[in-house]
Design a binder for this molecule. Sequence first.
Ligand code: GLU
Length: 301
Amino acid sequence: MIPVRALALTLAVLAALAGCGKPGSPPVKGPQPEDLPVYQVDSAFRLPDSPTWEKAKRRGHLVVGAKEDQPYMGEKDPASGRYSGFDIEIAKMMSASLGFDPKTIEFKTIASANRETALQNGQIDYYVGTYTINDNRKKQVGFAGPYFMAGQSLLVRKDEKDIKGPEDLAGKKVCSAAGSTPYQRLQKEFPKAVLVAYDTYSVCVDNLLTYQVDAVSTDDSILLGYAAKVPEELKVVGEPFSEEPYGIGVPRSDNALRFALDDALEAQEKNGNWKKAYEATLGLSGEPAPTPPAIDRYPAS
Ligand code: GLU
């Protein structure tokens, strides 16, 4: 049974998360289109060594995997179907560098647990969605980047007093996404936490607001977005306790595409677009733009 107060609170909060606040209440500030950079399409670009690029060229546009429920990173507006956020801007700047008008990108929402399969079976050309580069995943997919460094953190209800860091999670119900690195880390390093897994973090947040779980754990970049939507109900606590370097996922054998995306990231960081895109999206959570991490152009395998 959910307590009545909790239920009323939850309904209000869910409405806020869905972007439909009470009449007269100010809308939650999301990315403003006029603040976003305009990416110059490199129409002369060709990449004949990349089967993924060649297939996209024949199709006429790119198909990009993303998240749709992570405020400031990758979020889909249910009314317009439009995606926005820092990851979406990265996807767009990559598209322009590869010679495709970013307006023509077909975004597909892919959950954390399904990213490798989506890339392996050609459902998407590349993936931009809080995707941590690690050796295990590198056996299945390729990664351009990193383009951002996040860290695992904890989201709790505003009135929570006991949980200040991962060492306080013993006996507590903690929610994370199936197939994610934060889930795996909790399992391995904090085995006394009672783990709950869902496909998406937004379902975890709903569970937190309805008192079904005590904390949500994933990257700080994701949690800050949820906390910013309902600051009177949620807070991020403690210091980040991992390093999560974000990469652009590509089919593993397509080294030409991976190197082209590394080049594109470097160019877009240099010309100021990366910083401008950050400031118009994730920067809204209050964190100033960091220096992007160095690109790791690992050899073709
Ligand atoms: N960056 C972590 C991961 O790639 C957590 C975020 C996510 O699930 O997308 O697993």
